[in-house]
Design a protein around this ligand. Structure first.
Ligand code: DQA
Length: 148
């Protein structure tokens, strides 16, 4: 199976950015751990980051027919982007929403996710482990074809 991991704005700064919230692990460290674990599941991984909404939309559109599952940490776009929501809904590739921090325990503006209703589920609050949990969830979603 092929899984596309997408990371939104400012996640390139992980490790230096608000470490009390997001920890000291870099995105490259997380990618390495995801790749290591993916090998056990025989899953092929593509791992990308962009600060640009349109680039993320383009990658979601291109995922159709190539990837079995998308895992997305849309970062701040989670709370603002109708474009990402429409891309996920339009493309129909099963998508899992993830966050490092528990968005529901933070500021009120983070409680609302515009993409949650078009995702299979949400994993939030487990730090870098959210990515590993999402990998396991991807295998489950792919096996059960439990799309929405
Ligand atoms: C985040 C949570 C978002 O609210 C925030 O804008 C981020 C990171 C997380 O992984 O905890 O940039 O998606």
């Amino acid at each position: 199976m092929k899984i596309l991991f997408l990371n939104g704005p400012n996640l390139n700064l992980l490790g230096q950015r608000e470490p009390e919230v997001y920890g000291r692990t870099t995105l490259a460290d997380i990618e390495a751990k995801v790749r290591e674990r993916a090998a056990r599941f025989n899953a092929e991984i593509d791992f990308r980051q962009s600060n640009l909404e349109g680039e993320l939309v383009g990658w979601i559109q291109q995922a159709k027919g190539t990837f079995d599952v998308i895992v997305i940490n849309a970062a701040a776009y989670t709370h603002t982007s109708i474009a990402l929501r429409d891309a996920i809904a339009g493309v129909g590739v099963p998508t899992i929403e993830i966050h490092l921090s528990n968005v529901h325990a933070r500021e009120e503006f983070r409680h609302k996710s515009l993409i949650a209703p078009v995702c299979c589920g949400q994993i939030t609050g487990f730090g870098q482990k959210s990515y590993i949990l999402a990998l396991e969830a991807s295998v489950y979603v792919n096996e059960t074809k439990n799309t929405r």
